[in-house]
Design a protein around this ligand. Sequence first.
Ligand SMILES: Nc1ncnc2c1ncn2[C@@H]1O[C@H](COP(=O)(O)OP(=O)(O)OP(=O)(O)O)[C@@H](O)[C@H]1O
Length: 627
Amino acid sequence: MTSPLTDNIGTAAVDTRGGRRSAVFVRFLQRPAGAISFGVLLLIVLVAVLAPLLAPHDPNLVDLSQTRALPSPEHPLGGDSTGRDVLSRLIWGTQLTLWGALVAIFVAIGIGVPSGLAAGYFGGATDRTGTWISDALQSVPGMVILLIVGANTGNNFDLLMVTIGVFMAPGYFRLTRSTVLAIRNEVYVDAAKVSGLSDARIMGRHVIRQVYAPLIIQSALTAGMAMGMQAGLQFLGIGGGTTPGWGAMMNEGFRVMRTDPLLLLWPSLALGISIAALAVLGSTLADVISVKTPTISRRKRRALAAQRSARHGAEAMNTATGSISHEAVDSVVRIENLRVSYETPRGPVEVVHGITLDVAPGEVLGIVGESGSGKSQTVFSMLDLLPKAGQYTADSIWIGGQDVTSLGRKERARRLGHEIGYVPQEPMTNLDPSFTIGHQLTEPLRSVHGMSRADAKARALAMLERVGIADPARLMRSYPHELSGGMAQRVLIAGAIGGKPSVLVADEPTTALDVTVQAEVLELLRELQQEYRMALVIVTHNFGVVADICDRVVVMRNGSIEEIGSAAQIFSAPESAYTRALIAASLDGAESRSALDAAHDARSARADAHHDETDASTEADLKEVRV
Ligand SMILES: Nc1ncnc2c1ncn2[C@@H]1O[C@H](COP(=O)(O)OP(=O)(O)OP(=O)(O)O)[C@@H](O)[C@H]1O
């Protein structure tokens, strides 16, 4: 099951491999803001690089006849207060401004990224030291330090830009550190460690890739800030150098602002446009990278659904897969022509293509299929649990004799709460770590089923006992982190049957559990289904499970139903070659449920024998001591 992605600049887990990178760039250019800001910056870079060719005059050549001259064909932007060509100074100023921004960014990256990588990756003292230095740097007044550096280095421009870079390093440090913290426990990082790669290599190869995209965005914003600071310094008469800078030109223009406002206008425009282009570029890039699974408004969702059903119309009815085996009144769940699609940056993608199926009361229906075949999406649509980027359309979804597609959100949630119990794939992630188990079990009983506090507690205790929890009262007071995976799954099953639903939906309920516990949980589900006479819909890719507990089976493939039949028929005479291959692949070399049960029984017997032996020898030891 694919989980929705939630990204922001800091933690965007961006796949930076070639294909995706170019796709991001294309999507960036497709946005007007992206194309315009990129075009403007490209132009600025070209002007800077080609300054010697583009500038019509020497920027420092004084021609007194051009003092404060108005624009003319020879001097398109006129002359400044000492008769130098304004256009040439502006063009050469571009080069100096860009060079200064580059120096600052390189220094900031050179300090901030390696230290952020080390702090996030190693943690502990490295992290504390790095964070302390970063905080200290941010609390020092940068402008004062810049004035001191300027005064002691004869206003050396490069050194001033290096100092600006040092003060911008904490931004890169924090960004890198938080990104690395978010991924340092990923399985692939552990796998790289286990395979013997050195820390430096893991950081340089695996970890830093995740930081590229946020770094590019940060650099666009940092470049703008560096330009602003540089101009500010030059405006104060610090670090202008021999070549003209935009800040120095603004300083001169400011002095004659009343008589010759154009002298202030040109460098201000150049600086403003450059900083704005960098800011727009950075924020557009951040948007493009984070928009992987766009959420869509309810209105757009409805419009798309209407469009889609109009488009599919009668054709959809013909192409729907699956079949109905029971009358509507005899079904606890009945889905007709369900389609699920996701809004992606490349347009909507349909992942479930018009499926039809039903479940009779007390029936155990298995939904099987390989990973990605659409099993979970089908169940999520039924339970109204699709992520925001997803939407479904269906001719109808009947739950307990009522078509829920025609119900409002609130009414539908209430009906689902009464009719369906849900046992999810990952028990741990489905329990809220901040609340006790007791609270999590009794809350829905009180709010959905209207029970009193005492009744809800009594029901929760009874259910916990029923699912095999030894000390339910103590467990009710526990928090999720105190539970093992198997216990957590039992708690969720207790919660699911607490409201006595007519159908229990279990989405790969044993995937996250170890083999012995898997057998016990399946056994429990089977017992509960019979005891409460509930229907059970079990999503699985394991034909062993199907063989053991299912009455009927739905085989899914690529979002469509390949075949529906009784479990006996599916195993003895599958119609589809795909089903045959799936059964062969699933059962080949795998232990059957009865083998698992036998193995479990054997293990329990061995454990009992061991206990008896231990008890006997302890008894003997005690006797010896007593003698
Ligand atoms: N948020 C999403 N955005 C886009 N596509 C998605 C999203 N979630 C699921 N899909 C796609 O829907 C299809 C069906 O996914 P689904 O989770 O239903 O598969 P599944 O059969 O339950 O697989 P598994 O056994 O691995 O859970 C897959 O191709 C998957 O890539």
